[in-house]
Design a protein around this ligand. Structure first.
Ligand SMILES: Nc1ncnc2c1ncn2[C@@H]1O[C@H](COP(=O)(O)OP(=O)(O)O)[C@@H](O)[C@H]1O
Ligand SMILES: [Mg+2]
Length: 452
């Protein structure tokens, strides 16, 4: 899809560049042609103007000459003199204008010849009149030389003017052609430009929608992955809860077995020892041994009680949460030599949540005695009505709560238990700063009316 898009994009760009180049070309060619034509038109106009002026001057000279011949008054000669003076300049100007044009130059030579003759004829008659040679100038007038020359001048000038007119028309046609060419060219190029722009827009649209589709696909994939992760996490959490429950019930089963079976065995053994003791009054050695056996049995019973208590805190059911925590704390202080402070308020929690709190405090105290090297510790349980907060803190060496080993399961299990009870566990610790574990649990009134 993408690899197809680029050639199309390039096509649009090439088309646009070509259109721009053609536009510049057309404009430039039109400009040159028009300028050329304009120059030619200008020259033709100038030629026409000079020719007309020349004709006018000769006519003026002739009119002046006639007036002077008829009246002999100097004021009639004046326009004649002025006109004659200008003729040479005009012929020279025409020479320059016709440079490089052989046909026109040949005609101009003809014209110049006739003009010279005409001027010579007029000059002669004027001079004769001035000298009072009346017959002579009248004779000159009656010959047809002047009229014929004038006729030739008119004809030559007329032809030169019509050549100029032709050039003028050609120039105009050329300009019109250039304009038409530019008009059509610019129109076509504008269309091509529009087409290129359209191609570009369409391609951009195609690219954008392809991008969007890809984005959507990615988003879908991400959502699916997130769903899967969520599902797996939920399954794992369920499994962990289940395992914890199984563990608790196994512990309960073991505790019951130990209590019922081992308990009755040990009690029966103690009764037998008592009975034997009453029968062996005469043998102090045997009594001493029985005494020792009795002590061993007592230690066995005490050990059994401790194990049962550890397996399943009977104190929880018998004495309630506060008393059980107090026992834990006291045993911890005796065992580790750490001072402990306890502030425990009665709270409303069901049996499962009480066990959660109990296990959390138990694991925290174990961690303190294992790692913290603390001199002081505290257990605080507060009742906030709709929730309960339990905190276990120590002033020990602390740890970096973000980098615990993956093989440590104590804190993770604690968090899981608290979260399974819809609560939240916060661990605050830093090296050298002690450790504070805080569990917040929603209040869950116990099924029996007895509060902890
Ligand atoms: N109160 C504490 N003081 C100092 N370090 C602690 C404390 N509690 C936990 N730790 C540190 O956190 C780690 C994880 O504890 P935990 O999850 O209970 O696992 P485990 O007890 O199996 O090592 C411990 O190895 C210890 O380094
Ligand atoms: Mg631990």
């Amino acid at each position: 899809m993408r690899w197809l898009a680029f050639p199309k994009m390039a096509l649009g760009l090439t088309l646009a560049t070509l259109a721009a180049l053609v536009l510049v070309g057309i404009n430039e060619a039109g400009y040159r042609q028009s300028t050329q034509a304009l120059t030619e038109v200008g020259e033709a106009q100038r030629v026409r103007l000079v020719l007309n002026m020349l004709l006018q001057n000769i006519i003026d000279a002739e009119t002046g000459q006639r007036g002077y011949l008829l009246t002999g008054e100097a004021r009639y000669r004046e326009p004649y003199d002025v006109a004659v003076k200008q003729v040479d300049g005009q012929l020279a100007a025409l020479q320059v204008l016709y440079a490089g044009k052989p046909v026109e130059t040949a005609r101009l030579t003809q014209l110049s010849k006739h003009v010279s003759r005409k001027l010579a004829e007029m000059d002669m008659s004027v001079r004769l009149r001035r000298d009072g040679n009346d017959d002579a100038w009248k004779f000159v007038i009656t010959t047809d030389v002047g009229r014929e020359e004038m006729e030739a001048i008119r004809q030559q000038a007329g032809e030169l003017i019509s050549i100029s007119n032709e050039a003028l028309m050609l120039g105009q046609v050329q300009i019109a052609k250039s304009l038409r060419f530019a008009r059509i060219g610019i129109g076509l190029v504008a269309l091509a430009g529009l087409l290129a722009f359209y191609l570009y827009l369409r391609q951009a649209h195609v690219l954008r929608s392809a991008g969007e589709r890809q984005q959507e696909a990615l988003q879908r994939e991400r959502n699916a992955l997130e769903d899967e992760v969520r599902e797996r996490t939920a399954t794992l959490a369920e499994l962990a809860t289940h395992l914890q429950q199984v563990r608790e019930s196994e512990r309960g089963f073991l505790a019951r077995e130990l209590h019922d079976e081992l308990g009755s065995l040990l009690t029966a053994a103690k009764l037998d020892v008592a009975r034997l003791k009453s029968r062996l009054i005469d043998s102090p050695d045997a009594i001493q041994r029985l005494q020792h056996l009795n002590e061993l049995l007592n230690s066995g019973i005490a050990l059994k009680r401790r194990i049962i208590e550890d397996l399943r805190p009977s104190s929880l059911a018998n004495l309630g949460l506060i008393a059980s925590l107090e026992i834990l704390g006291r045993e911890f202080a005796e065992r580790s030599g750490t001072e402990i402070e306890m502030v425990l308020e009665p709270v409303a929690l069901n049996e499962a949540d009480q066990l959660t709190i109990y296990r959390m405090v138990q694991e925290s105290l174990t961690n303190i005695s294992k790692y913290a090297q603390a001199t002081e510790a505290s257990i605080v349980m507060k009742n906030y009505g709709n929730h309960v907060i339990v905190e276990v803190a120590d002033n020990g060496k602390g740890f970096d709560a973000r980098s615990t080993r993956p093989s440590s399961h104590g804190l993770a299990g604690m968090r899981h238990r608290v979260e399974a009870a819809k609560g939240k566990l916060t661990i605050s610790s830093a090296p050298g700063q002690g450790t504070r574990l805080s569990a917040m649990l929603p209040a869950s009134p116990p099924r029996s009316s007895k509060a902890a």
